[in-house]
Design a protein around this ligand. Sequence first.
Ligand SMILES: [Zn+2]
Length: 438
Amino acid sequence: MPDLDLLIHDTTVLTMNADFDLLPHHDVLVKGQFITAVTPTVFPKPEARKLLDGRGLMLMPGLINAHTHVGMSFFKGTAAAADLFEWLNWTGRQQKKMGPQDAYWSVMLAATEMIRAGVTTFADMYFNQIATAESIAEAGLRACLGEGIMEPFGDAGREAVDAQLDGAVRFIEECQGMADGRISAWLAPHSLYACSERTIARVLEIAGAFKAPIHTHLSETVKEVEDSIAQYGRRPPERMEELGILEHRLLAAHCVHLSPSDIEILDRLTVGVVHCPGSNLKLQSGIAPLPQLAGRKMAVALGTDGNGSEDTLDIFKAVYLASVLHPWERKHRPAHTALAMATCEGARALNLEDEIGTVEAGKKADLIMVDLGHHPRTTPLNNPLYALAFTARSDDVVTTIVDGKIIMEDRVIKSLDEAEVLRQAQAGANLIFGGDSL
Ligand SMILES: [Zn+2]
């Protein structure tokens, strides 16, 4: 029997290493979960249990969606432009109609969309994450899942949030490291404005006891910042520092409204900021100061947010927006920076940079193959890296590999029944929304 499990033969490798090396006519060798070598193509081919022909394709690290809510994938296309709080109230009412079966098919629908879009790892904040972890293990993806914690809106009281905190402990105990280590268990207090100081204190106790990282929303809207100053005399990052949150590993989504001193407070190796341009545009939250955030100690990743506010989980769209939306200077190399945010910097934000994010020997084989050569939108192919940033779309991904396992090959998903997922998702959404939208 051959020693190699997988050979990707004669492909162009975009390594996403520090030099953005692009290696035409290379082979990538995989054994078990790991890349064992990236070498110039040799003939005769090394023997492997599985061969993928890489000619005419680009091989790159799987994309990372560092902020989403996969339990909300039924919500795509249900809201036109709305402000965040109006939208939160509307979606909250609809979410109450969802049962466990809807939650299951919602997660599987998001998994299907991400596999097709070349997203191999995502960071998620939602409720009932034990069930999500089981579904994602089945779908074959890698995920950092955080059990959502928020003070219930309206008149529900303390008991509800205490139950959420107990659920968060149970989730970490049951799911940390499951699916051969593909699932990481995090804590996900929704935001400072949706959690009391008592709740945050308990979250930090749990984070300390389990060494669990924290995923939250931060400084998303002007209202959030103004309310924080009015109520506490502090901007949200100042409160985070004061409450001790920054002593833990933190993933902070949005960070649209940051002052220069906020950026200094957040600029540490244990902080990841997630830029979600599509969601911020749709919910009219504003545009994050990305050129001031990139290239610092803090990692800056890309996210879509949930399907309710961004509608798609297409990280290529986020790469495009991050490349063109900001007042970049040429020296910033916006296309390179945005692609790094979707790969190696995204991995650093999730504390996974030793495992994923580049195509190098010793890393986990989380890889995608992209076809940039057979569509008028991507032809002619002049600068492959610019093509990925400016003309590529999720549909251009042909093969998706996670942990050395091929979960989509030649655009056919192998880890789940796509037709059944689409059928169930449509049937579930019909019952919940009944044609209603915001
Ligand atoms: Zn979010």
